[in-house]
Ligand binder design. Structure first.
Ligand SMILES: *Cc1c(COP(=O)(O)O)cnc(C)c1O
Length: 455
């Protein structure tokens, strides 16, 4: 073992003394070595002792073009030399204007307005509130539409509204008494189908369940909220082809808005700029965050159709204003770096070169399927979930306390790869900038780590 430097030791002590980490049982944290990151470069992270690690989950699904990407760094520095922050309440700023225009140019056709905020959770809250308020005040609305439909296994963020439309019991059930009620349609999760079907013998029966809810309750439902193509936080649950388009059809037929939460899947993660494109879907509201700023800064946006936007127009005394805004809404630094990120997409043909990486990743993943404790391997674009099971035949999970996913990531760390599991699903999601060689390294290390822990 390398001797631990005094600086590292002191940082680790202070971390354990002062910090409270997100989604972390701190008692366990106190017993483990703390890995402290100091620098990044491309798809690599460097810790305080100079050790390098491949960033296998793109710094929690955010990073797109790599760390310290020159055009993004430069955009930030240039913007700092002008102004770091001014408000969008009563004023405008150049990067926020330009980014809104560019987002509308690349978004699914029909989305025409951009409302900024600063996290995926707030982007979702805003979409929920817009759908609700539209119906309260618009002549074409219906004030009894105050409820939502979400999917089981859904994750839309950690604020109260977004948790209310969440469907992951581990994260969400604790808060039930604090939340507003929502209708839950079954998740199209084919490996563990809650309706007992298998892909060969079903015609997306989960859609019939959603349709039943809409048939019975549409007059009180403002919106259906979905994560397009992939339910990320539940364990990279990849939806069957056609599901999203059918949901869009149901929303239209029953007169409810469709909210697409593209916070995880947006900006190339599924192989196209937005996941909705793959099924020719335009949602009524779309939430963006994580990759929006290239993963550099907290920046989010909610995109709306002109119909929804016009539902908020009126005289002052009609009180139709959207009374919502966050202090750092439309922050110029965040918007400037996001613009530079979109420019890289265009100039470097990122989405074109991504296709070869996605199929290279798929070829690498084949080896995992024959491992005796890998139950399912799911991939959509650059997003991967490898589900570990105690028994492959019965799909029996490991006991929760064994923390198999966590043990795998600690093994991977020893071998120079940073990943983060979701329960016993090992997640891989490198930046889009990952090279073919880096994909090989990532997969080889994770393969060895899974074997080391499960065999
Ligand atoms: C991460 C995520 C969120 C929440 O974003 P935050 O920035 O963490 O608030 C919302 N929806 C989806 C689909 C996500 O993956």
């Amino acid at each position: 073992m390398d001797p631990i430097s005094p600086r590292t030791r002191s940082l680790e002590e202070d971390d354990k003394k002062y910090l409270w980490h997100p989604f972390t049982q701190m008692r366990g944290w106190m017993q483990e070595e703390t890995l402290i990151i100091e620098e990044g470069d491309g798809c690599w992270l460097k810790d305080v002792d100079g050790r390098r690690y491949l960033d296998g989950v793109s710094s929690l699904w955010t990073n797109v073009h790599g760390h310290r990407k020159e055009p993004l760094d430069r955009a930030l520095k240039d913007q700092v030399d002008k102004i770091a922050h001014s408000t969008l309440l009563g004023l405008a700023n150049i990067p926020a204007i330009q980014l809104a225009k560019e987002l509308i140019e690349i978004a699914p056709p029909g989305l025409t307005r951009v409302f900024y905020s600063d996290s995926g959770s707030t982007a979702v809250e805003i979409a929920l509130k817009m759908a609700f308020q539209y119906h309260q005040q618009c002549p074409r609305g219906n004030p009894s539409k105050t409820r939502y439909v979400c999917l089981s296994n859904s994750y839309h963020g950690d604020t109260i509204g977004s948790v209310s439309v969440g469907g992951i019991d581990l994260f969400h059930s604790m808060y039930r008494k604090l939340l507003f009620p929502a209708y839950r349609a079954p998740s199209p999760f084919c490996y563990r189908c809650s309706l007992g079907k298998s892909p060969g013998s079903c015609s997306m029966d989960c859609l019939l369940e959603m349709e039943k809810i809409l048939q019975q309750h549409a007059p009180e439902i403002a919106a259906v909220i979905v994560e397009p193509l992939v339910q990320g936080a539940a364990g990279i649950l990849v939806h069957p082809r056609g599901y999203l388009r059918e949901v869009r059809g149901l929303c239209t037929r029953y007169g409810v808005f469709m909210i697409a939460d593209e916070v995880a899947v947006g900006f190339g993660k599924t192989g196209t700029m937005f996941a909705c494109e793959q099924e020719g879907v335009t949602p009524d509201l779309m939430a963006l965050a994580k990759g929006l700023s290239g993963g550099y800064l907290p920046l989010a946006a909610t995109l709306a159709t002109e119909e929804i936007y016009e539902g908020f127009l009126g005289e002052y005394e009609e009180f139709k204003t959207f009374f919502h805004g966050h202090t750092f809404t439309g922050n110029p630094l965040g918007c400037a770096v996001a613009l530079a990120g979109l420019e890289v997409f265009r100039r470097e043909n990122v989405l074109d070169s991504l296709q070869g990486k996605i199929s290279h990743l798929a070829r690498n993943l084949d080896a995992f399927r024959s491992l005796s404790h890998v139950g399912d391997v799911r991939q959509c674009g650059i997003m991967v979930g490898i589900e570990l099971v105690a028994d492959k035949a019965t799909k029996e999970p490991y006991p929760f306390g064994q923390r198999m996913g966590h043990r795998v990531i600690l093994e991977a760390r020893k071998r120079g790869v940073i990943i983060r599991p979701l329960g016993d699903v090992v997640v891989l999601m490198p930046p889009l900038a990952v090279s073919l060689e880096e994909i090989d390294t990532l997969c080889a290390v994770v393969y060895d780590s899974v074997r080391a822990v499960t065999e």
